[in-house]
Every structure is written in C-alpha cells, then in structure tokens.
Design a protein around this ligand. Structure first.
Ligand code: AR6
Length: 163
C-alpha cells in the first residue's frame, strides 16, 4: 500500500473520497485543521457534528463533507500530549479508528493531517513515527492514504519515515 506524502492544505484535496479532521472533543470549529475544514465545508458541518459529540481521545466519527470537495469527513480526536495518557497508544488508536471508519463507509481514498502535532503539542518526530507506523501496519492494500502536511519541515519528517 503506497502512502503518499504531500505538502498542502487538507481543505484543498479534491481528488479524495474523505479528509480527516484533527478535531476537538466537541467536534466544533477551532483553529488549525478544524478551522480550515469547517470554513470550507460551511455551517452544515457543525450541525451534522453536534449529535455525534463529545468524542474521546482516540475515537473517530464520520460525517458528510457538505461544501468540501470530498464526500466524507472523518473527525478524529488525537491526544493532548502528556495530558491524555498514554498519549502514544491514544494517537495510534486514532489512526486505527480512521481506517475502520473508512472501511465501514466504503471510503477508498483519504487525506490526513498530522494529528496532535499542532495545538495538542505532540513532538513532531514522535507524532510522525506513530502515524506512519500505524497506517503502514493497518491500512488495506487497496486504500489510497495521503498525509497532507502544512509545511516543508513536517513533510520532510514524514517523507524520511516512509522511505
Ligand atoms: N492543512 C493541513 N495541515 C494543517 C492545516 C491545514 N489547513 N492547518 C494546520 N495544519 P492542529 P491538533 C497542521 O492544531 O494538534 C484545533 O484548534 C498543523 O501545522 O490542527 O490535533 C482543534 O479545534 C499541525 O502540523 O491539530 C483542536 O482543539 C497539524 O496540522 C486542536 O486544534 C495538526 O494541527 C487539535 O489539535
């Protein structure tokens, strides 16, 4: 299963079935990825999220994509580093639950940011290692999985791990 690594905006990946939101527990618009996706999807996304919240660290839930170019959004809650413990297991669980959500909804291609590596404070190298290892171990061969990373440094760290 080839993992794709690109530098870009998670809200601008029109060729994929689903994008992953680095959500908060309330599934509401926030900063970072959640802000970008809710802005691009429009207010219907928050309405669709409301009955699904709150979620626990490591969980993932699915909604439509509304005004996004993607049919689906998989909302995953990463751990707040050092606060939601054990952070490494919860981060791996989030990626496994993204893959489960994809399988349950017939999703064949996914764009995904670096969960927990922004506002939630996870050290980049560690967050990237868990992300890449978990996806490599658990993604089915036919799934397209694209890490969409916001800056060159993050992209370089992920690229090195995938090689
Ligand atoms: N596209 C791709 N990656 C992005 C984008 C984007 N448009 N914007 C930021 N990143 P974060 P978290 C990168 O903070 O750490 C929110 O406020 C960013 O540089 O979005 O899981 C929520 O409401 C970083 O590498 O997610 C939650 O409260 C990575 O995406 C909280 O932040 C994740 O950054 C979630 O924190």
């Amino acid at each position: 299963m080839p993992i794709e690594i690109v530098e870009g905006d998670i809200a601008d990946q029109p060729d994929l079935d689903a994008v992953v939101n680095a959500a908060n527990a309330q599934l509401m618009p926030g900063g970072g990825v959640a802000g970008a996706l809710h802005r691009a999807a429009g207010p219907q996304l928050a309405e669709a999220c409301r009955p699904l919240a709150p979620i626990e660290p490591g969980q993932a839930v699915v909604t439509e994509g509304f005004a996004l170019p993607n049919a689906w959004v998989i909302h995953a809650l990463g751990p707040r580093y050092g606060i939601d413990n054990p952070s490494d297991e919860l981060l791996a669980a989030a990626y496994r639950n993204i893959l489960k959500a994809a399988a349950n909804n017939g999703i064949r291609s996914i764009g995904c940011p670096a969960l927990s590596a922004g506002a939630f404070g996870y050290p980049l190298e560690e967050a990237a290692r868990i992300a890449v290892e978990t996806v490599q171990q658990h993604a089915p061969a036919e799934l397209v999985f694209r890490f969409v990373l916001f800056d060159g440094k993050t992209k370089d760290v992920f690229s090195r791990l995938v090689e």
